[in-house]
Design a protein around this ligand. Structure first.
Ligand code: TXA
Ligand code: MG
Length: 364
């Protein structure tokens, strides 16, 4: 975890955060994936504040974050008891996933207990839950002794924050927000979401660092792609996963992907752009040669060809490049392969929503 000593929050600060949550306030906190904007999951008024702060439509459900008990307290964690206030619908497969991956970047969707607030689930009969592994998130949740709902701490449709400073920039002048600083997020993209609510099949709703093949290798549970089940499952019209909107995670600078070796083709689609273009280049590749474009000021940004390292820096790079007033940002198309699915998903949505009027695409 990148929570080094400069980012360890004192217990006084965590206690203040706990008090803020108990009083119905919002607290931003680090997780291993991205920073979350937290509120008491049992307080409808507090939950409404999240939707207002984010500008998020109220039918987009939130994830409940739970503490995993301290490992020193217990060798075998009794997840059934911990989950009872949220869901009583725990299959054997669910317990296999939980025991293999919690705490960690995996969110599971269950049939909800009737006490779970509609404000939290967007009116659906399911609830999404995860136990984050970041030590500050864990300490906050353990001391709070309850569920904390937390979407990514960004304005709706925008790039998720991976540092405390990103969160502050996101809500500057809008919201006087307490932000716990846990350094840079290690995973860098949001958790993998798996739906366990619709019968006996586990369905991938959002790809992330934990892939279906890793899940199969560790638990023997097969995870289906949503497309694989069309026909034998009821298709729900609700936007279950706001990240499944075509436009999301978007910078205000236009962003496009280029096919291997095809930077010039990508540039030629923008005949008007004569000036400043940032081009991300794999660290495994030799430098770009762009002498055909003398009028274009091209700057290369090196990106990792390892999917885990790439994901860890993706939102950081998009935010930083977005600040630098480029006319266009080009990223290489991620290679084919499941280990790139999370990154490819975020990059494609970021491209679709990018550009100065990006907020107008958000409801597509
Ligand atoms: O890594 C993460 O999951 C981060 C950190 C902060 O934990 N959180 C996060 O929250 O990404 P958010 O709200 O930005 O995205 C949560 C996604 C949304 O796309 C939402 O639609 C989906 O989870 N979701 C929540 N409840 C659901 C449910 N009952 N059924 C299906 N999808 C659900
Ligand atoms: Mg989000």
């Amino acid at each position: 975890m990148s929570a080094d000593s400069t980012h360890l929050q004192s217990s006084a600060v965590i206690n203040e955060a706990v008090q803020t949550l108990r009083n119905g306030g919002l607290v931003a906190f680090p997780t291993e994936t991205v920073y979350g904007l937290g509120a008491d999951a049992k307080n409808a008024e507090a939950i409404k504040k999240i939707f207002t702060a984010k500008g998020r439509p109220s039918n987009h459900p939130l994830i409940v974050h739970l503490a995993a008990p301290d490992k020193f307290d217990q060798t075998q964690i009794d997840w059934v008891a911990l989950l009872a206030p949220w869901t009583r619908d725990l299959s054997e497969e669910a317990l296999k996933l939980i025991n293999a991956f919690w705490p960690g970047p995996l969110t599971l969707v269950f049939k909800k207990d009737k006490s779970v607030l509609n404000e939290l689930t967007g009116g659906q009969d399911t609830v999404a839950i995860r136990a984050p592994s970041h030590p500050i998130a864990q300490e906050l949740l353990r001391k709070f002794k309850g569920g904390v709902v937390a979407p990514s701490a960004n304005r709706f449709g925008k790039v998720s924050p991976t540092s405390a400073a990103d969160v502050r920039n996101e809500f500057e002048g809008m919201l006087d927000l307490m932000v716990l600083d846990g350094g840079d997020c290690e995973v860098g993209i949001e958790s993998t979401i798996i739906d366990l609510s619709s019968g006996d099949k586990a369905v991938l709703l959002r790809p992330g660092a934990i892939t279906p093949s890793e899940i199969f290798a560790k638990t023997g549970v097969k995870v289906y792609q949503p497309g694989e089940l069309k026909g034998d499952q009821v298709v729900n019209d609700l936007p279950k996963v706001s990240g499944s909107l075509k436009a999301h995670y978007a910078p205000t600078t236009p962003l496009r992907l280029y096919a291997p070796g095809r930077v010039l083709d990508a540039l030629s689609e923008f005949p008007d752009i004569k000036s400043r273009v940032a081009v991300a280049v794999w660290d495994s590749e030799s430098s770009l040669v762009l002498e055909d474009h003398p009028s274009t000021d091209v700057e290369e940004v090196i990106v990792s060809s390892d999917p885990t390292a790439f994901a860890s820096k993706l939102y950081r790079s998009l935010r930083d490049l977005d600040q630098q007033e480029w006319d266009l940002i080009l990223f290489p198309e991620p290679p084919v392969g499941e280990e790139w699915d999370g990154v490819r998903d975020r990059l494609q949505r970021a491209c679709f929503g990018s550009g100065p009027s990006s907020s107008s695409h958000d409801n597509n």
